[in-house]
Ligand binder design. Structure first.
Ligand code: SF4
Length: 347
């Protein structure tokens, strides 16, 4: 396929040196939600239908690495993260955290591992309890996990987490309620709440999409600093390819429950191969208006994840589909023999 518009990439395009055991390894992860049958369907004994939220997703993440899961709403990004954290039961596949397969682990064994992986939610207006002061919000996870020592020791940890999240001096914020904070400060409190347990992995679900543009860069730089200075692995969900290109080491593009393209951020953004990735990139605003290319608007809506199209699931919207695409499901392959993999018959 031919060259596509170039988007700025960050300085972090280089791959992180591989460790013996990845911090997070996801293999063939499948999450299907059963759809409740209506009376007529039950009487007619029609087979139970399923929402194909995640349909065979594989990737790995090292410590100190940031990976972006990119795609439109409903493509399965959030379900992937919820399954990794055990909030949703996996239908099949494995999720290995620091060498331990956590799919199906009983809650008693899962509990200590939950401190290894923490979640940052999209909406800081909803993720903080409006009745709690900042000190209570950040202390709460320690109380749930029964760690942190005495009250005084816990307060020191709360102060440390707030300062690590960029709220300095922390004492200024300890006794505030969420309504006394700006959107950016609320998201930093939410991040401090995740950091207070000392996680190795941070899963951030659209961490800046609800924030004003003026504070987004600050929160993204904070996440970038955490992976660099605290050696944390970060899996960031975003629908914004330009954010992913600037901050992530790796990008995985998802469509209808599958990864359709994956590789280093630099490769995926500068040399996109899948028609869906190319369409997403065509609508990313360019810094230089003279570089602006014609946006490629995809026809139709994302198909119903209950009735997944035959063959390549992107074929009803693909501008270059051929007959083979309707019949044959393309596997992820590495056309250049490197870690840039694509699921498309024409690549
Ligand atoms: Fe388009 Fe066919 Fe490639 Fe699917 S396999 S992305 S339908 S060209």
């Amino acid at each position: 396929m031919s060259e596509t518009p170039v988007v700025e990439t960050g300085a972090h395009g280089a791959a992180t040196p591989a460790a013996a055991v990845p911090l997070l390894e996801v293999r063939d992860l499948v999450t299907h939600y059963p759809v409740r049958r209506g009376l007529t369907e039950a009487v007619a004994r029609r087979p139970r239908r399923r929402v194909h939220a995640v349909d065979g997703v594989s990737f790995s993440l090292e410590q100190g690495e940031m990976m972006a899961l990119v795609g439109e709403s409903g493509c399965g990004k959030t379900s992937t993260v919820q399954t990794i954290l055990g909030m949703v039961k996996a239908t099949s596949g494995s999720v290995t955290l620091n060498g331990t397969d956590i799919v199906g682990l009983p809650d008693r064994k899962m509990r200590p591992l939950r401190r290894t992986a923490a979640m940052v939610y999209q909406d800081p207006y909803e993720s903080l309890d409006p009745r709690f002061r900042v000190r209570q919000t950040v202390e709460e996870p320690m109380l749930v996990h029964g760690i942190g020592g005495s009250r005084k020791e816990r307060e020191l940890l709360v102060v440390g987490a707030l300062e690590q999240a960029g709220l300095r001096p922390a004492q200024m914020y300890l006794d505030r309620h969420p309504h006394e904070l700006s959107g950016g400060q609320r998201q930093r409190v939410a991040i401090a709440t995740a950091l207070v347990l000392g996680p190795k992995l941070l899963l951030a679900d659209e961490p800046v999409s609800m924030l004003d543009v003026s504070v987004r860069a600050g929160v993204l730089s904070l996440l970038d600093g955490l992976r660099r200075e605290a050696d944390m692995g970060i899996l960031m969900i975003t629908h914004d390819l330009s954010t992913a290109a600037h901050f992530a080491d790796k990008i995985a593009v998802m469509y209808l429950g599958r990864i359709v393209e994956q590789g280093s951020a630099r490769e995926v953004v500068r040399n996109p191969q899948h028609p869906y990735t190319r369409a997403l990139l065509s609508v990313v605003p360019k810094r230089d208006p003279r570089e602006a290319s014609k946006p490629q608007i995809l026809a139709g809506e994302t198909p119903d994840p209950i009735d997944v199209p035959s063959g390549c699931r992107f074929h009803p919207r693909c501008p270059v589909a051929v007959d083979r695409c309707r019949a044959e499901d393309p596997a992820l392959r590495a056309p250049a023999g490197n870690d840039h993999i694509v699921a498309c018959h024409l690549v």
